[in-house]
Write a protein that binds this ligand. Structure first.
Ligand code: SAM
Ligand code: SF4
Length: 485
């Protein structure tokens, strides 16, 4: 009863009205199904025309994306992967942004059937971190070398907006002699415009809400109870966030709930709708987590929609080609080998040293860990290992947060990204922030390979930028920190 009252006060059923087109949502199941109908396989020339449009950094429409999703010929898929890799290279250059998830609470009133935190999972040990514990976790993450976090919460009356804003303020205020967190992003339940305004005021970075599945019937089945059962409240969460002034928003779908092709088109339609309603500003990033095993959760074993590795890579490639200028995230949910492939063909951000049990950075007790985790991770690489692995691929691990502090967010960022110019800022700043990491936190092998990569990448910059980077590197070597262009 108490929950029902709380739900009514939290969700404003009329708030979606202003975002509808002729009373209709931007997700039209029939339209998506029509696009995905297994008509004849696309001709090679049709596919190549679409790939070249994408390589010229134009966003694809749903019909074009659906054509790519209907490719059957493995050689054409290889062409699509290669085109996706080159689009990513042109827009973002040889850099990959790093971050860590910080799980603050696993208390949850919802019943998502795939999630270890769901309310009726009695095998989970429930915890909400105090602000003192948030400080400890933050210090532990800073001492690993992190500069960016994403804070994650279940949905519960104990983790109100006041708790979330206090958490963000506490993280920004925590400093140790070798660093601080410079960017806090958020993954939490959908909120009202008023609450998103409060988040904007405390300096929230990107606001991430995954729709999980864009397919309504499936959504209903996998979210049987709680606030999350409201598909529409979630579908327009990021519209409300933008309305509140948060200009970096992030979409995602949980792959493995329904047909992955449907979700790819759902993500694209979501992007298009945000762009249309908010002066061209679509999502800052797209995520495509895959459902993993979770403690005491049967969903995984009997799931008919499980997405294989090759299909996940196809989804990533089609999204990279469809929205050439948008960041894309791959996490430690995936094994290391797949993470590398995903980065080659499209992903621009990844996590390192990730732990998803509440309170497990400062105090690591493996016996308790799995009973506090949302699901099981498939890659336990430390941040240092990730930085090393990226350098082996010729990629600069970037700790840069300069863009946000120089106003390169929202519309300004999109303008730069759509012209394929992100790398002009990002590569120099990736070099500078990697240098800081190498001096302050890296192991000897990582320091060596990283330094070599810095020299190589510096050599590729135009002379004026190279001089600016050299000057920045000298300042860092003499002890200055947080140097950026
Ligand atoms: N509780 C908030 C919500 O649901 O919006 C915050 C997000 S939840 C802690 C983070 C995300 O983890 C979910 O949006 C979902 O996509 C993903 N997730 C949940 N269960 C998962 C599982 N078994 N495997 C992989 N990802 C999962
Ligand atoms: Fe709660 Fe989010 Fe897990 Fe659903 S996905 S049970 S809302 S933590």
């Amino acid at each position: 009863m108490k929950t029902a009252v709380m739900q009514r006060t939290r969700i404003d059923p009329d708030s979606a009205g202003q975002y509808l087109d002729n009373g209709q949502d931007f997700i039209q199941k029939g339209r998506i199904e029509l696009l995905l109908e297994p008509q004849k396989e696309p001709e090679a020339h049709e596919v190549r025309d679409i790939l070249s449009k994408s390589v010229s950094l134009q966003r694809l429409g749903p019909i074009e994306a659906a054509t790519l999703l209907r490719i059957k010929d493995p050689e054409l898929w290889q062409e699509a992967f290669a085109a996706a890799g080159s689009v990513k290279d042109r827009v973002y250059g040889a850099r990959i942004v790093t971050f860590a998830p910080l799980y603050c609470s696993n208390m949850c009133e919802n019943s998502c059937v795939y999630c270890g935190f769901r309310r009726d999972n009695s095998n989970i040990v429930r915890r909400k971190l105090s602000l003192a514990e948030i400080r400890q976790e933050t210090k532990a993450l800073i001492s690993l070398g992190h500069k960016r976090l994403i804070v994650v919460f279940g949905e519960h009356s104990e983790t109100s907006i006041a708790y979330i804003t206090d958490t963000i303020k506490t993280i920004y205020a925590t400093k140790i002699d070798r660093g601080e967190i410079r960017r806090v992003n958020l993954n939490a339940a959908p909120m009202s415009i008023e609450d998103y305004r409060l988040l904007e005021q405390v300096g929230l970075g990107t606001c991430q809400v995954f729709q999980e599945t864009y397919h309504r019937e499936t959504y209903r089945k996998v979210h049987p109870k709680g606030t999350k059962a409201d598909y529409r409240w979630r579908l327009y969460a990021l519209h409300r966030a933008q309305e509140a002034g948060i200009d970096d928003v992030a979409v995602g779908a949980l792959f493995g709930l329904y047909d992955w092709r449907f979700e790819v088109l759902g993500l694209l339609l979501h992007t298009i709708d945000l762009e249309e309603k908010f002066l061209g500003v679509g999502p800052h990033t797209v995520s495509f987590p895959r459902v993993n095993q979770a403690i005491n959760t049967r969903f995984y074993a009997g799931n008919p929609w499980r997405v294989g590795d090759e299909d996940l890579l196809r989804a990533i490639a089609v999204l990279r080609l469809s929205i050439p200028y948008t960041g894309m995230i791959i996490t430690a949910r995936e094994p290391a080998s797949l993470r590398r492939r995903a980065i080659e063909i499209g992903c621009t951000q990844t996590d390192g040293s990730a732990r998803i049990a509440v309170g497990s950075y400062a105090r690591n007790s493996p016996s308790q860990q799995t009973r506090r985790e949302q699901f099981t991770l498939n890659d336990s690489s430390s941040l240092d290992e990730i930085v090393y692995a990226m350098a082996e691929m010729g990629m600069l691990a970037s700790f840069c947060t300069a863009g946000y502090r120089c106003g390169r967010t929202g519309r300004r960022f999109m303008e730069i990204a759509k012209q394929g110019k992100v790398h002009e800022f990002c590569v120099p700043n990736a070099i500078l922030t990697l240098k800081e990491y190498l001096l302050d936190f890296a192991s000897q092998p990582t320091r060596e390979i990283g330094q070599k990569l810095i020299e190589e990448q510096k050599g590729k910059l135009p002379p004026s930028l190279r001089h600016a980077v050299d000057a920045g590197l000298r300042r860092i070597e003499t002890g200055e920190r947080d140097v950026y262009l």
